[in-house]
Ligand binder design. Structure first.
Ligand code: BDR
Ligand code: CA
Length: 311
């Protein structure tokens, strides 16, 4: 099977870590690099989490550092959803034998896009700052990136404000640069990701399976269950669902629509504007996920995690 080349740009993050493990268990794709961005926690933590996770799992892949601040002035927005350093109460050993790429994320994207001759796809599951910087520095990327699959936004509602989802809210300017790039886009937003929940059944199955990735996923899920009992977010697999959109499209219903990002609204900054009823008379520039087949997604995700780390 020819594997599709991907870069995963993430702000790891509990559910980002699970999405990464799933990606390395996906036979359809070849992860060429993991690029880190500020978001759920500070970039120094998201980068360290990515490097530590890869070494822990014995995965040899380029891991780069990335943007430390959004384009949009946001102040301190780091919450408690992912714990102080991003992986909840899970403590991975510090990487001893691996080091970060000599290149920062935008340069890694430029180099690999050129090497892959128009075939590179991006999975973006944090704020879009790295991608916007890359597009600004290297405009040729618009022609070289085949597709961007991203977790972010919502047709309706938000999880930071009543109209904005976290990844887009952190850096709406970056998201606008990406939505206006002309690169084919698939948006996997809260409309579907808030239904993508794992439960005790999956946690038990993964713990009993006994691999490094499956037990680590079970530990992260355990943290998420506790968080939920304390009034926080449930075990939502926001980021893994964006990966699923790329590799098992049958788990989602998507609609073509115009997509833009509100940057300036006093109450609406970070809102993803869509036009599913076709009222705006604008050309569609994105595919947006609107419905989820939960059982297909959960079965697929558990199987990917089980394959992660197997040669
Ligand atoms: C998004 O924000 C982060 O907390 C998650 O990792 C996900 O990417 C959900 O709004
Ligand atoms: Ca994320």
């Amino acid at each position: 099977m020819t594997q599709r080349p991907f870069i995963i740009d993430c702000d790891t993050g509990t559910d980002d870590a699970i999405a990464l493990m799933a990606a390395f268990g996906c036979p359809e794709i070849k992860v060429r690099a993991v690029t880190s961005v500020n978001g759920n926690v500070r970039e120094e933590y998201t980068s360290a989490n990515n490097l530590n996770l890869m070494e822990y799992l014995g995965i040899d892949v380029e891991v780069s550092r990335g943007a430390t601040l959004p384009f949009y002035p946001r102040g301190n927005y780091y919450g408690t959803t992912h714990g102080r350093t991003g992986l909840g109460d899970v403590d991975l050993p510090d990487a001893q034998h691996s080091s970060f790429s000599k290149d920062m994320a935008p340069e890694v994207i430029r180099r690999i896009a050129a090497e892959e001759n128009g075939e590179l796809e991006l999975l973006v599951v944090g704020p879009m700052t790295n991608i916007a910087i890359a597009l600004s520095l290297y405009p040729q990327l618009k022609e070289q990136i085949k597709h961007i699959w991203f977790m972010g936004g919502a047709v309706k509602g938000g999880n930071v404000t009543s109209t904005a989802e976290f990844n887009i809210w952190v850096d709406p300017v970056a998201a606008k640069i990406v939505t206006e790039s002309g690169i084919p886009l698939t948006m996997v937003g809260l409309d579907v990701t808030e239904k993508a929940v794992l439960g005790r059944k999956e946690e038990k199955e993964l713990r009993e399976y006994g691999s490094k990735a499956s037990v680590l996923t079970a530990d992260i899920l355990e943290y998420m269950f506790k968080r939920c009992q304390g009034g926080g977010e449930d075990a939502l697999m926001h980021d893994a669902l964006a990966l699923a959109a790329a590799v098992i499209p049958e788990c989602l219903t998507c609609k073509e629509t115009f997509l833009d990002v509100e940057c300036r609204g006093e109450y609406t900054a970070g809102h993803t504007v869509t036009d599913l009823r076709g009222r705006m008379g604008k050309k569609p520039n994105a595919s947006v996920a609107v419905e989820l087949s939960l059982d297909i997604f959960k079965d697929w995700l558990v199987e990917c995690i089980k394959r992660c780390g197997k040669a």
